[in-house]
Design a binder for this molecule. Structure first.
Ligand SMILES: *[C@@H]1O[C@H](CO)[C@@H](O)[C@H](O)[C@H]1NC(C)=O
Ligand SMILES: *[C@@H]1O[C@H](CO)[C@@H](O)[C@H](O)[C@H]1NC(C)=O
Length: 145
């Protein structure tokens, strides 16, 4: 995915759209973004957000009625949150702030309750919104090196 991201960035720096089969969400570089995920509410809820890189990256975990960030991948430290008031309504959407090029890729939202176990897949693409800003290009160059 990073590889296609690099190709895409080289072709059209200002707007980078990739085609995937999973549900897709576009996130603007440097901004915050909501990764949607729904589940059927139930007791003993556990939520696991994972980025499907070559090694699975732990993006955000929630169980025992609270966030569990001890094993969070350091790339996501301080940048993720769930909507606490929405969780009881079956909304496990994740807010990601300060979106970076490396956030691009596939994510798995995995929820467990006493009655259900749901896995949903999501592809996040990074869109570069503003022209004349080199920080996106610099980041792409570092990844493509
Ligand atoms: C370039 O984009 C980054 C990330 O969105 C932002 O933090 C920075 O302020 C921008 N710089 C300029 C000159 O617009
Ligand atoms: C989940 O909650 C967030 C924050 O209130 C909201 O933006 C989003 O639309 C909700 N998603 C669903 C599927 O209800």
């Amino acid at each position: 995915v990073i590889r296609s991201g690099c190709f895409c960035a080289a072709q059209h720096l200002h707007i980078c759209l990739l085609m995937f089969t999973d549900a897709e969400v576009s996130c603007q570089f440097g901004q915050s973004c909501i990764l949607p995920c729904r589940f059927t509410p139930g007791d003993h809820l556990e939520i696991y957000w994972i980025q499907l890189t070559t090694t699975l990256a732990n993006v955000h975990s929630y169980y025992d009625n609270k966030d569990q960030l001890e094993v969070q991948d350091q790339r996501f430290r301080g940048r993720t949150s769930l909507f606490q008031d929405q969780i009881s309504k079956g909304n496990a959407s994740l807010q990601l702030t300060g979106v970076m090029v490396q956030d691009q890729g596939r994510y798995r939202c995995y929820t467990i309750t006493n009655t259900d176990e749901i896995t949903s897949l999501l592809t996040v693409q990074i869109v570069y919104g503003k022209r004349n800003n080199n920080s996106f290009l610099t980041e792409i160059k570092q990844i493509c090196k």
